[in-house]
Ligand binder design. Structure first.
Ligand SMILES: Cc1cc2nc3c(=O)[nH]c(=O)nc-3n(C[C@H](O)[C@H](O)[C@H](O)COP(=O)(O)O)c2cc1C
Length: 371
């Protein structure tokens, strides 16, 4: 195909960046950092590979912002101290050398934390034990412990924690951050009816339940330079409850996307297991709802590795799309599609079993020996 006729290869402005195509790398936790949360040289090569394969922007795996309650997984990277900043610099340098911007995903695991070197306590909106079981792919097993309900001071600390982490992301030469408001982690626990039993301004109706995510976004925007991109990720489904849907349907979607846009989100990253399906039983997709009610570029994610599904999602209003599993199978997906070369299927067993750590076969030979 001639890429000049292909919507996936149109350039798009995001913040100050002009991206040469619409396809980015979705955030993927690979639990391959050092035990104290430093990104490694292997991770630098892993991320650089996607930029070399023409992904036009990269979002890192969920990265914990503080040395308190936010870490979710053993060997997850952090951006909670100066050593973390130093370690991330080699990742951002390696990716920039390949010409792509990279955003750090800031993730507070809240009640879904299943590995935290700083505390055994879990923080959550309310003392509600999460549904489901810990993820084995990240070394957990059995049910989640019951978390502690956050006090008003804890909530202030959470906001400050995101701000401080975003400031460190600037120092680490990231081009932006993505506030992780999706997939069942802390901010999504506030948005979700059954994990939020609060009766203060952070609980109750959807306006209150989305408040913390909006306050985090607003504070992070205020603390970072204008050209630094501050996006947010939102989903209905969760790692521990894939079938959850916002109980207010489209009315909830309207409040969520309006509020996050008003808070200054530079993009709205919507994700579902299959984002091409209606957000509720029938009707518009989450992409369409984000477009209808939001006022920021929309990034769509979920089951878009078929180029025609990706194009259809762009046609319904996504400015950008991201790939997770499709990118693991095809680290050069945009190049392959541009050149009309066949795509490989995702092999779960090979890549994510027995655990999600980066496999040697996924990473190119070291360019130097600084491991
Ligand atoms: C191994 C793995 C790790 C993931 N880790 C994260 C993460 O850290 N943060 C996040 O927001 N989503 C994470 N996800 C979800 C993906 O970003 C994406 O939403 C999901 O895989 C659906 O997209 P896909 O169909 O392109 O794979 C992860 C997915 C996989 C497969």
């Amino acid at each position: 195909m001639n890429t000049s006729d292909d919507s996936l290869f149109e350039s798009v402005d995001l913040g100050d960046e002009t991206l040469p195509n619409r396809v980015g790398l979705a955030p993927m936790t690979r639990t391959s950092a050092t035990a104290d949360g430093r990104a490694t040289a292997e991770m630098a090569r892993y991320y650089a590979k996607f930029a070399r394969g023409s992904f036009s922007f990269l979002i890192t795996e969920g990265t914990y912002p503080d040395e308190a309650y936010s870490q979710g997984y053993d060997d997850q990277p952090g951006i909670a101290n100066d050593d973390h900043v130093e370690a991330w610099r080699r990742v951002t340098d390696a990716v920039h050398d390949e010409g792509a911007p990279i955003f750090a995903q800031l993730m507070h695991a809240g009640a879904l934390s299943q590995g935290n070197r700083y505390t055994d306590e879990r923080l959550a909106p309310s003392a509600v034990r999460p549904k489901g079981e810990q993820l084995e792919m990240y070394g957990g097993s059995g049910e989640f412990p019951e978390p502690r309900a956050a006090t008003a001071d804890d909530i202030e600390d959470v906001i400050e924690t995101f701000v401080a982490a975003a400031e460190r992301a600037v120092e680490a030469n990231f081009d932006g951050v993505e506030v992780h408001g999706a997939n069942g982690y802390l901010l999504d626990q506030f948005l979700t009816t059954y994990t939020n039993e609060r009766d203060d301004e952070y609980g109750g109706d959807v306006k209150n339940r989305i408040r913390l995510t909006a306050e985090v976004l607003e504070a992070v925007q205020a603390a970072t330079p204008d050209e630094f991109v501050v996006g947010v990720r939102i989903s209905q489904s969760k790692v521990n409850d894939p079938d959850y849907r916002w109980p207010g349907g489209e009315d909830d979607a309207a409040v969520v996307f309006e509020t996050l846009s008003d808070a200054g989100a530079d993009y709205l990253h919507v994700t579902e297991e299959d984002v091409t399906t209606p957000a509720f039983e029938s009707g518009p997709t989450l992409t369409e709802l984000a477009n209808r009610y939001g006022d920021a570029p929309v990034i769509a994610n979920g089951a878009l590795e078929d180029p025609d599904a990706a194009r259809a999602t762009v046609a319904e209003g996504a400015d950008l799309i991201t790939l997770a599993k499709g990118a693991l199978a095809n680290p050069d997906w945009p190049q392959r599609v541009a050149e009309d070369r066949p795509l490989a299927d995702f092999d779960f067993q090979r890549i994510l079993q027995p655990d999600a750590t980066i496999d040697e076969s996924e990473v190119p030979e070291p360019a130097d020996a600084d491991d």
